[in-house]
Design a protein around this ligand. Structure first.
Ligand code: FAD
Length: 400
């Protein structure tokens, strides 16, 4: 259990108000507090109540299926984020020591499997791109794969293997970051939504859902699928869309799967948690709900039967023993994707100090995004070049 330290009072002007208490918001608050900044996090619901707890917990450093399914040019574009993947491998390895708490990190390696010669060819091209960016990844034939992972099907002709891939526990990471941030003096408020933003006399005046307000020199938008709505409060239009996805878990069972499994030709991610549940996902869509013709992000997306059967069929093809394990629960969740599929990371143009981190695989890359964003907020030298992800690539986003 994560124990949240007593809250501090933070009168006067904050260095940063962080908006949204998922993985990014709690991690940004932590790195800011660690640097000595006066920081407050406002989460309108409960901490970790959205995508950061609904996700598959995969730590995937290889290019994902969604990044390679649209051909070599799209894969090359996605590989621009590979320096973030390399950083994230190390960030996760050291995270439990950094936060002083277990967050279920296990990095026993991940396979991206192929069932056809075409998929093997895709894997070869993918591995060339990844190696050119510095990712250590092996190409294995079917027998080599089954020697390392005897539970995988005879249908698998080969796989790319990345030794640092694995999983973390989405139920623990946010609370561990938030508790560590609070210990360092950050104020963490849940049940407190940001409802309006106004730039006055060189600072941001922030209005909260309970009628209170505060002032902050900078704002960090870490509101996931709601990021566009928060930015719109400041008259800024973001190229960010909500995407609804499906996840399934089995009942607990004996240890069967020790790796992260992804697929080069189908949507699939497969792993077993430390508690024994097998988690099955990989990007199968759900349907966003609408209220009065407008997307309603406050309602859970609708489960699509085709997604469930498609996901199960991909999982059974790769891991036949799954047929002996009962499904416990299926759920949907909503994540945020940027229109060019790359992260959106940095200061919004002409915004008077509004920063954003969203898009992409923001669980795997969350600790990295957060640390890099904090360098920007504090005006410190960048430890990694994040110009490819700078919001300015979309030109002027400011409407007001
Ligand atoms: C089903 C599913 C599976 C996924 N699997 C993986 C995976 O295996 N690996 C991976 O890397 N990524 C995965 N992702 C993506 C990943 O979960 C997200 O990219 C990541 O969790 C985003 O974190 P976040 O902190 O930006 O957003 P969130 O966790 O969504 O948090 C945003 C928070 O902002 C709050 N908020 C919104 N508006 C306001 C406001 N006005 N005031 C205050 N607070 C506000 C919300 O209540 C919410 O708590 C998956 C996503 C889903 C949905």
């Amino acid at each position: 259990m994560t124990v949240m330290p007593a809250q501090v009072e933070l009168p006067g002007t904050l260095d940063c108000l962080v908006i949204g208490g998922g993985l990014l918001g709690s991690a940004v608050s932590y790195y800011l507090a660690k640097a000595g900044a006066r920081v407050r996090l406002a989460e309108r619901a409960q901490l970790n109540s959205a995508a950061s707890s609904q996700n598959a917990g995969s730590l995937h450093f290889q290019l994902e299926y969604r990044m390679i399914e649209n051909g070599p040019e799209a894969a090359r574009k996605a590989a621009e984020a590979m320096p973030l993947h390399l950083d994230a491998q190390h960030a996760w390895s050291g995270l439990e020591a950094e936060l002083g708490m277990p967050v279920g990190v296990s990095q026993h390696g991940g396979f991206m499997v192929a069932e056809s010669p075409e998929q093997l060819n895709t894997l070869e091209q993918k591995v060339l791109l990844e190696r050119a960016s510095g990712l250590e990844v092996e190409l294995l034939d079917g027998e080599q794969v089954r020697r390392r992972a005897p539970y995988l099907s005879e249908r698998i002709l080969g796989a790319a293997f990345c030794a640092k891939e694995g999983k973390a526990d989405p139920r623990r990471c946010v609370l561990a970051y938030a508790a560590a941030a609070a210990r360092l003096g950050a104020r963490i408020d849940s049940g407190l939504g940001v409802s309006a933003l106004n730039y006055e006399q060189g600072v941001w005046r922030v209005y909260f859902s309970d009628g209170s307000e505060c002032r902050a020199r900078t704002l960090a938008i870490t509101a996931g699928a709601w990021s566009g709505r928060v930015a719109a409060m400041a008259g800024i239009s973001l190229p960010v869309s909500p995407v609804a996805l499906t996840m399934t878990t089995t009942v607990r069972t004996q240890p069967m799967i020790s790796h992260l499994i992804q697929h080069a030709g189908r949507r699939l991610s497969l792993k077993q948690t430390g508690d024994g549940n097998i988690l099955i996902g990989g990007g199968w869509p759900a349907r966003l709900r609408h209220t009065e013709g407008v997307i309603d992000l406050d309602r859970r997306p609708e489960l699509l039967l085709n997604s469930l059967t498609g996901n199960m069929s991909a999982a059974l093809a790769v891991f036949p023993e799954l047929k002996k394990v009962s499904i416990l629960r299926v759920w949907t969740g909503t994540t945020a994707l940027v229109s060019d599929q790359l992260p959106l990371l940095g200061e919004l143009p002409k915004s008077h100090g509004i920063y954003i981190a969203t898009g992409g695989s923001a669980f795997t890359l969350g600790p990295t995004y957060a640390r890099l964003l904090v360098e920007r907020i504090l005006g410190r030298p960048a430890s990694l070049d994040i110009t490819p992800f700078d919001p300015r690539r979309f030109g002027s986003l400011t409407l007001a």
